[in-house]
Ligand binder design. Structure first.
Ligand code: FMN
Length: 164
């Protein structure tokens, strides 16, 4: 069976995801960020996560070269950040403040969680690269709803459940 790209995208869009902004720094020390929904936990011991990045994306080289990144998990009131970091605009960082923890990758304030990693492996995955990172520091907040992406649009799931 041949898989046509439109049906493939349509089927994959049925899987709801959260939305993250993956950040790092360029070789010249400039902040770099890209909106990514292809994020997953991978291992508890050691603590590993992964995300998948289109090889055509401008942020690929900076992410490869730096060897570290932060996964910033967006809240439902951070849709503007998702749109901003999914654009190709030069001034993604205009007017934004951010923190720096262990590696120097930007940590965005107001997120549901920030997960800082050192890259342990970059694996080839067709037209995407799979970045695997070992967690070096993280923070999460008990309150707030996630930004959710479903069928190609932002969705409101209105969840209230949470771990204590
Ligand atoms: C909700 C959402 C989720 C996205 N998820 C991914 C993803 O998982 N991987 C990816 O490579 N691009 C993803 N993108 C597309 C990139 O954010 C987009 O191509 C961006 O312009 C790349 O920026 P860059 O070229 O500066 O790296 C997503 C976009 C949106 C709006």
């Amino acid at each position: 069976m041949t898989v046509d790209p439109r049906s493939f995208r349509k089927a994959l869009g049925c899987f709801p995801t959260g939305v993250t902004v993956v950040t790092t720094v360029s070789e010249t020390g400039q902040p770099v960020g890209v909106t990514v929904s292809a994020f997953s936990s991978l291992s508890l011991e050691p603590p590993l996560v992964l995300f998948c990045l289109d090889k055509k994306n401008n942020s690929l080289e900076a992410l490869r070269a730096s060897g570290h990144f932060v996964i910033n998990v967006l809240r439902d009131d951070q849709r503007e950040l998702s749109i901003r970091f999914s654009s190709r605009m030069e001034e993604k960082w205009k007017g934004l403040s951010y923190d720096s923890w262990v590696t120097g990758s930007p940590v965005l304030p107001g997120c549901l969680a920030n997960i800082e990693c050192r890259t342990s492996e970059v694996i080839d995955g067709g037209d995407h690269a799979i970045f695997i990172g070992q967690v070096v520091r993280l923070e999460s907040r008990p309150a707030g709803q996630p930004l959710v992406y479903f069928r190609g649009a932002y969705a409101d799931i209105g969840c209230t459940a949470g771990l204590p």
